[in-house]
Design a protein around this ligand. Structure first.
Ligand code: 13P
Length: 252
């Protein structure tokens, strides 16, 4: 944790479930949230078409709502895209941008991620910008430099003032059950802190770790310096697991 920074535990539901599943999961998180919101902010990021049922469940706002992507453009002839102002209008406060799955599936570049983040900020949303190296890049000793370049290329002007968030997600740790060692996470987050502070962020920018975060490893990861929360995939689809991860934030 970074002293004085409120942790954020975010669930990225990716492309899972039905409307009914989303409503039930949101309701279960909402029901358990009072026990953990003293320690951490909670954020749920369902698929676009499920945002409205989660927004309804979160009406009294113990938990924030976010989307998993937005367009770089404000409006117009962009079939299939969803704009940042639309997300704000739908009740979102946050948007995940530059997730490695979008970088891989849709060829998203740092420049596009930066443009999307600028659009998000203009719409009043908090961007959660994802960065992280591939396994080959880590094996080649390039992990920190890859992440530093992504930070330099993906964070727009105004990022610090918008309270933007950076999530470090090593690609090889996503959905695999493998995580870096605590020493490796701490080293990366120390570098991230330097790069973010030297760039568009500052010393209080929240730096999340993501990649196979589970109830069993959350306490150790969340206790590391410069780890200000988690971006959780698979475990966020089980309300009890997501809440257990949030509960693993040390009282402080
Ligand atoms: P897992 O928690 O399933 O590894 O996914 C991490 C992730 O990609 C969150 O954005």
């Amino acid at each position: 944790m970074t002293p004085g920074v409120r942790p954020l535990i975010a669930g990225n539901w990716k492309m899972h479930g039905t409307l009914r599943d989303a409503a039930a999961l949101a309701e279960a998180v909402r029901a358990g949230a009072p026990a953990v919101v003293e320690r951490a902010d909670l954020l749920l990021c369902p698929p676009f078409v499920h945002l409205h049922v989660v927004a309804a469940s979160m009406a009294w706002k113990p938990v924030a709502l976010g989307a998993q992507d937005c367009a770089a453009q404000e409006k117009g002839a962009h079939t299939g895209d969803v704009s940042a102002p639309m997300l704000a209008d739908a009740g979102c406060g946050y948007v995940i941008l530059g997730h490695s799955e979008r970088r891989a599936d849709h060829g998203e570049t740092d420049a596009l991620v930066r443009a999307k983040a600028a659009a998000a900020i203009a719409a009043g949303l908090v961007p959660v910008i994802c960065v992280g190296e591939s396994e080959a890049q880590r094996d080649a000793g390039q992990a920190e430099d890859v992440v530093a370049a992504q930070v330099a290329g993906s964070l727009p002007e105004g990022f610090a003032a918008a309270k933007g968030v950076v999530a470090y997600e090593p690609v090889w740790a996503i959905g695999t059950g493998r995580t870096p060692t605590e020493a490796d996470i701490a080293a990366m987050h120390a570098r991230l802190r330097r790069e973010v502070s030297a760039g568009q962020g500052d010393a209080t920018t929240r730096l999340l770790y993501g990649g196979s975060v589970k109830p069993g490893n959350a306490a150790a990861i969340l206790a590391l310096p410069n780890v200000d929360g988690a971006l959780v995939g698979g475990a966020s689809l089980v309300a009890a697991d997501f809440l257990a991860i949030a509960a693993a934030v040390a009282a402080g």
